[in-house]
Design a protein around this ligand. Structure first.
Ligand code: ZN
Length: 151
């Protein structure tokens, strides 16, 4: 498990962001003045339906604390919540960063698929395709990345 995965496991998004019962909250993207809550909190990630901001607990921390580099945000977040990271050596961080770039790509692809699916007339009526689109939104699409790279 890399630093980002550890943080996702250990820090619930609800500890960083206040939200209503429906999981809606104000967007955390610095450039988005979100007066009407348009960001949704899912199990392990957030998505803003107004500006498109999305990410996990580390991305939220980076956005709210002004970190440019995900790794710096991750280390700071871990310090704040007193979480011991598995391996925070520079080499491990570099590897985590590379893997994260791949994960982001998968998330983008999942989002694109989700858009394609929800735009399909048959999917709007429900059914299996719509379910798989929902699981993309929950972030489970990044699962294969993780399991595939386990030694
Ligand atoms: Zn937004």
């Amino acid at each position: 498990m890399n630093v980002f995965e550890t943080l996702r496991e250990q820090v619930a998004l609800g500890r960083l962001i206040e939200h209503d019962n429906g999981g809606k909250t104000h967007c955390v993207a610095p450039e988005h003045q979100d007066y009407n809550p348009s960001m949704h909190i899912y199990n392990r990630h957030v998505h803003c339906f107004a500006c498109g901001f999305g990410g996990d607990v580390t991305d939220v921390w980076a956005a709210t604390r002004g970190f440019d580099k995900p790794v710096e945000a991750a280390l700071d977040l871990a310090r704040e919540f007193g979480i011991e990271l598995p391996d925070a050596s520079p080499e491990a961080c570099q590897k985590a960063r590379e893997r994260r770039a791949k994960e982001d790509l998968y998330l983008q692809q999942a989002k694109a698929r989700h858009r394609a699916l929800t735009g399909h007339p048959r999917v709007r009526n429900g059914g299996k395709l719509a379910d798989s689109a929902r699981s993309c939104e929950r972030g489970s699409c990044s699962e294969p990345t993780r399991t595939a790279q386990r030694p």
